[in-house]
Design a protein around this ligand. Sequence first.
Ligand code: CA
Length: 231
Amino acid sequence: MPRILLVEDETSIADTLVYALETEHLEVCHTTTAGEALKKLHNPFDLAILDVGLPDMSGFDLCSEIRKSSSLPILFLTARDSEIDRILGLELGGDDYVTKPFSPREVAARVRAILRRTSNQPTAVAKESSSAKGTLLHDPSAMTISCHGTPLNLTAYEYKLLAALMSQPGRIFSREQLLIKAWDDPGSAMDRTVDAHIKSLRAKIRAQSPDGNDPIETRRGLGYTLNPESV
Ligand code: CA
């Protein structure tokens, strides 16, 4: 059972999170201060959830402390937009974040997604060879992606977004993660930029599909994923 270190000083938030995570068959160790969390770190954990506003130290400073000795995946809980900017700056080494107020189920889904991609189990590898039944085919050397045998006429951003989604079909990518994959300077782009490019990308795929559908799925509050059956 994966073990989660939860550092959150607001009892009501912590209680609902512990309940949601345990329902997902995750073992949770809850502390209310950074100091207490640092003492627990000698235990093996699979992921840490850090509130940014802790009483004795900020979640950012706690993250830096953890990073000195560990690459433990870290999910931040934030209350302010200004904190998101810092997380997205990535120098902190966090893996993801959720903003308050959040649904405990959303947090549990994010935790599961991070654990999936950081676990030692082999991750899905993009199929680069031609597959007769797949809808989408990526030719990385030619930097082209075909839909039902017809190469899609994609912009550079659309190509990078779709290649990222195809690299791990079924994985949910947050908008921030897609920004980092497709933009050289993610700081200059916005979540809505991802939405706009995904929208035009979906239209191009649908135009090539006999059934008028596309395999990109929107996961509300989380991001985008590619139906694994399409590759
Ligand atoms: Ca707090």
